[in-house]
Design a protein around this ligand. Structure first.
Ligand code: ASP
Length: 306
């Protein structure tokens, strides 16, 4: 099977001055993931490597540089899902883990459960030998300043405008034909402590099934949850796999676009998604002003968002 990889750095009103950094971050994530896939490595390793790069990049709302909650603290959510076994590993509301996607993978591979939250998730990180950090290490000045503005303005939505977003995700297909998808986020700016969005929820922010494809979503979580967007997209892919071969080439983009239309029409939401179908064909769509994304074209070159 020919490997394939697609990544995103969030669907939102990315300000002009952040566009280049978002492009560079997506390119570095593609490099990290593709290096693994090209030498026959697993989709799981590739998704983890790509998302670690994006979590470590402060331009994105995941890991270091995440938005702060109302109390001025980061609370991180992440998930990775294996399309062969349909097992996921998910964590939510973690504060002391630099790379929540690594912890999500530990849950996937070494835990009898599929999702752990808060203190229990952090305890599992320690048991698994993952380093825990001081939560302050994940806070950057840009987010501290945004939080101060929000606090002074009673957390009104205007203060979030042009600032809200930057969730990250990746979907990979490896030579063995496995599809893995992952998503990681700091969630929404000035969220209530304990708020969990779509990102770490199976079928909402992420889904993968080797029989159809894999998906990672971004955008307004409370709306994405209403239409269970990632699973909906995989179901669209599943149905289009039965379509006439002439229609199949367009199927990934058609599935992504149909989801974004549904998000707007049925849930009044804004966001986007990336996906690979089971043959590795990429697709993406968004109804926000911009989305940061990148994928590997059939000739091996990297295509990143304009
Ligand atoms: N979907 C994320 C959340 O609601 C935020 C985002 O993707 O921008 O937590």
């Amino acid at each position: 099977m020919k490997p394939s990889l697609i990544v995103h750095g969030g669907a939102w009103a990315i300000p002009d001055e952040f566009v280049e950094d978002c492009r560079a971050g997506c390119r570095r994530a593609l490099e990290a993931g593709w290096e693994i896939l090209a030498r026959g490595g697993s989709a799981l390793d590739a998704v983890e490597a790509a998302i670690v790069v994006l979590e470590d990049d402060p331009v994105f709302d995941a890991g270091t540089g995440s938005h702060l909650n109302r109390e001025g603290r980061v609370e991180l959510d992440a998930i990775v899902m294996d399309g062969k076994s349909l097992k996921a590993g998910a964590v939510a509301v973690v504060e002391r883990v630099r790379n929540p996607i690594r912890l999500a993978r530990k849950v996937l591979e070494s835990c009898e459960h599929m999702m752990l939250v808060g203190a229990g998730a952090e305890q599992f990180a320690v048991e698994q030998g993952l380093p825990v950090c001081d939560p302050e290490e994940l806070v950057i000045e840009r987010e501290r300043a945004a939080w101060r503005r929000c606090r002074e303005g009673a957390h009104s939505w205007e203060h979030h405008f042009g600032h809200e977003g930057g969730t990250v995700g990746a979907v990979a297909l490896d030579r063995e034909g496995n599809v893995v998808a992952g998503t990681s986020t700091g969630g929404t700016c000035c969220k209530r402590p304990g708020r969990v969005g779509d990102s770490p929820l199976v079928g909402c922010g992420c889904y993968a099934d080797v029989q159809a494809g894999g998906v990672s979503c971004t955008g307004w979580g409370e709306a994405i949850m209403k239409i269970v967007m990632a699973k909906t997209a995989v179901d669209y892919l599943r149905h289009s796999a039965a379509a006439h071969p002439a229609q199949q080439a367009a199927a990934p983009h058609a599935a992504a676009s149909a989801c974004v239309r549904l998000l707007a029409e049925r849930a009044g939401g804004r966001g986007g998604l990336i996906l690979l179908d089971r043959d590795g064909r990429p697709g993406f769509a968004f109804n926000t002003p911009r989305m940061a994304y990148g994928y590997v074209a059939p000739d091996g070159s990297f295509v990143v968002s304009p």
